[in-house]
Design a protein around this ligand. Structure first.
Ligand code: GLU
Length: 490
């Protein structure tokens, strides 16, 4: 007999944005589903009407879509399943697995306070489970409000967790918990189990913070006569200071990273390595396809993982450097347009040139926006000279002027565009430096300021290629003018 492919789900509560921890949970469920030919479902746990918002539901959908975590089947909204939650609770009542409790919130609070004052912990004493049938019927007929409590059996509740291996809880530590409130709305654990059974979920993978809910949920499955799913509780995510990840650590919403210029495949790659490892010697930088291929339940790690934004940026740089250049163009061309450098149409009209520029800049960028910033000098009519770079590289304007004039004259001697070749240019500049009696660096660093105005740029000969013959010569000539002004005002 072959086991059917698993059914997994991500079950966010729409009370905020899609956070890093939630996205990681969603991703692991999605990866396992895609790896095994299983099904990945999305359930919005919107039963807490006071905290759930449509805006948050939308943000969660958008976050998942951005990451490429597509779900199968229609989205389940927990709040729409109220009738089934009630029916399942009624089944438990009828089968004697649950009972009506008429204790009022005030009475319970009083007993809790008294127990705590006596130095003990409160647990429900099951007094309503001891009421006789006639009394129960009488109270129900009189309209006395009641909740439904689950009668926790003796023994212990244990499961084999896919992450933590065996986990067990003595049932004596579990109170007879409420499953249905007096307004006939379900308590969280009951709604989750009712839905997971109805959705045919076979693997429940979620954060560690749900471990204490699991024994209660297992007891409900058993009482409802439903087969148990497998459970996997993923370790928490910490900040670099070892504390649980929170707003103090900076952006925690996935959408914030999208706006900061992180690429979805880099975010996915980064999240995948928080709590999972493919094992052995592995290449950390992986495409989504590669992750799907490599993802296995036995690579789930037990210890908390660390969210390091620096590593995320590094990861982004790696993806930026490796993705198809046409994809980089599609991503950044609109940003170039927004920054006023060139329109998307202008860029596509010079596609080969633009791709060459992107090839040079992407390997020097970690964030998408850095490509745009670095590209600015190649689109400006006039170079903006960075004062620090000028102070450092053009310290002696007279000497630099002589060098720049030499550069311009040599370049002008290269009449044909065909000879505008990095190797040839390099040879020419080295020969020139030698003839002027300076080291190549003494010529090339000041030249870089002349061409782009700043001291960081791609290799100088690539810069010359990007600017083209006329552009390069014009910038050297402009630098000569500036140097003369500097000399005149000195
Ligand atoms: N709605 C719960 C949460 O957002 C998840 C419940 C579950 O995965 O069982 O934490």
């Amino acid at each position: 007999m072959t086991a059917s492919p698993p059914r997994l789900r991500f079950a966010p509560s729409p009370t905020g944005f899609l956070h890093v921890g939630g996205a990681r949970t969603a991703l692991f469920n999605w990866l396992l589903a895609r790896r095994t030919g299983g099904t990945f479902l999305l359930r919005v746990e919107d039963t807490d009407k006071s905290r759930s918002t449509d805006e948050s539901t939308r943000a969660i959908f958008e976050g998942l879509q951005w990451l490429g975590l597509d779900w199968d089947e229609t989205v389940v909204f927990q709040g729409a399943n109220l009738e089934r939650h009630r029916a399942d609770a009624a089944t438990l009542l009828t089968s004697g697995k649950a009972y009506r409790c008429f204790c009022t919130p005030d009475e319970l609070t009083q007993r809790r306070t008294a127990a705590e004052a006596a130095g003990g912990a409160f647990s429900y004493d099951r007094r309503c489970d001891r009421l006789d049938t006639a009394e129960i019927d009488h109270r129900v007929a009189a309209g006395t409000p009641f909740v439904l409590r689950f009668r926790v059996p003796n023994g212990e509740t244990a499961w084999h967790d896919l992450v933590h291996e065996r986990i067990s809880f003595p049932n004596k530590d579990i109170d007879d918990f409420v499953i249905l409130r007096s307004d006939a709305t379900p308590i969280y654990n009951h709604a989750v189990v009712s839905d997971d059974i109805a959705m045919g979920i076979t693997i429940v993978m979620r954060g560690d913070d749900h471990i204490s809910n699991t024994p209660k949920q297992i007891l409900l499955y058993e009482a409802l006569g439903a087969p148990l799913p497998q459970f996997a509780h993923l370790p928490m995510i910490h900040g670099t200071d070892g504390k649980k990840l929170s707003k103090r650590h900076g952006a925690t919403a996935v959408g914030d990273y999208q706006h900061l210029g992180i690429l979805a495949p880099a975010m996915v790659n980064f999240l995948a390595l928080m709590g999972w490892s493919p094992g052995g010697d592995f290449e950390e930088v992986m495409t989504i396809d590669r992750l799907v291929h490599a993802f296995k339940g036995d690579g789930l790690l037990r210890k908390a993982s660390v969210f390091d934004p620096k590593k995320l940026e590094w990861m982004n740089g790696q993806h930026l450097a490796k993705m198809p250049i046409a994809d980089v163009e599609a991503l950044v061309a609109p940003l170039f347009e927004k920054a006023g450098l060139a329109t998307v149409a202008q860029l596509s009209a010079r596609r080969d040139w633009f791709h060459h520029l992107l090839e040079q800049l992407r390997v020097r960028s970690r964030l998408v926006d850095e490509i745009v910033t670095q590209a600015a000098p190649y689109f400006a009519d006039a170079v903006t000279y960075d004062p620090d770079a000028v102070a450092k590289q053009w310290k002696d304007p007279g000497a630099v002027l002589a060098l720049m004039t030499g550069v311009r004259e040599s370049l002008e001697s290269l009449e044909s565009h065909a000879s505008w070749d990095p190797l040839l240019l390099e040879e020419m500049m080295r020969t020139l430096a030698e003839s002027k009696g300076v080291g190549a660096g003494k010529l090339l660093q000041p030249l870089r300021i002349a061409l782009v105005g700043v001291s960081a740029s791609p290799g100088i000969f690539d810069v010359m290629l990007i600017l083209g013959r006329d552009g390069t010569i014009a910038r050297v000539a402009a630098a000569e003018r500036r140097l003369r002004e500097m000399m005149a005002s000195a």
